[in-house]
Write a protein that binds this ligand. Structure first.
Ligand code: PGA
Length: 263
């Protein structure tokens, strides 16, 4: 795991967006794994401005989102399909037919999950996977106790996640308690993981993910097994880590090595 600690949320979004822009410029038909939630919004804004300024094109990119609520359709304002259109896809030159979000209103959700896995494989796998992290350590909707080998499937949301996301639903609105989500095994197969977290409310989850044991009680700790995971966090989200100085030292040494190799 590479832990990058930056001063604030804007720097976190800029650092993450830069990884995506560089990658897409190297591989214009990159397959992106995308995430919803509050944290990725700032990164999407940076990518939209990179596109508007002519620094990147999404014309040949395809995307797979991590998860979706089960029981609502893509035109529901709280669906993750709707979120992605509003926050990102409607503002860039991506072909919407190349953007996939698990189908929340599928007649057979189990078959839809299996088909999602097949579609990812047919595209050659995910090149870069964007992740947030829940306060309970979830990634996607892989809640604590999720199998570390899990694939895309139907998953029950915890009370903590339902409460965290209640802010998006009005008081009289139906809030789903089930989801379709890529599994932890699916996420571990992506080539590069870029996880963003900001704010003190994420500090315990970040500590458990980076310095805790590998355990289904903190699904994000599975990323300790990923070969190329970059964890980009602000000072507040890093505040409970024990080895902050070491992670910063690694970054400085990596930069020096990069300079030396570039000479
Ligand atoms: P947030 O959600 O970015 O809204 O905090 C992150 C997550 O639950 O994955």
């Amino acid at each position: 795991m590479k832990v990058v600690i930056l001063k604030d949320s804007d720097s976190v979004a800029a650092y993450g967006a830069d990884i995506f822009v560089k990658h897409i410029n190297k591989k214009p038909n990159a397959v992106l794994g995308l995430a919803t939630g509050s944290t990725p919004v700032a990164l999407y804004k940076k990518l939209i401005s990179a596109y508007s300024n002519g620094h990147v094109s999404f014309a040949d990119v395809s995307t797979f989102n991590l998860d979706e609520y089960l029981g609502i359709s893509g035109d529901h304002p709280q669906s993750y399909r709707y979120f992605m259109n509003q926050q990102f896809f409607d503002h860039i030159n991506i072909d919407k037919n190349s953007t996939a979000v698990p189908q929340g209103d599928a007649e057979d959700p189990i078959a839809a999950c299996e088909a999602y896995e097949t579609d990812i494989k047919q595209k050659g796998g995910i090149d870069i996977q964007l992740l947030g992290i829940g306060r309970n350590g979830h990634i996607g909707f892989n809640e604590p106790s999720s199998s570390l080998m899990s694939r895309t499937r139907v998953k029950t949301l915890t009370r903590a996640t339902i409460d965290d996301n209640a802010r998006f639903f009005s008081a009289d609105e139906y809030q789903p308690h089930l989801s379709l989500t890529m599994g932890i095994g699916t996420i571990l197969e992506t080539k590069l993981v870029v996880l963003l977290a900001t704010g003190e409310s994420k500090a315990n989850a970040i500590k458990a993910m980076v310095e805790g044991p590998l355990t289904a009680s903190c699904p994000a700790s599975a990323l300790q097994m990923h070969q190329d995971a970059v964890i980009i966090i602000d000072e507040a989200a890093a505040s409970k880590l024990l080895d902050i100085e070491f992670y910063k030292h690694i970054e400085i040494e990596n930069e020096k090595l990069k300079e030396r190799l570039a000479r």
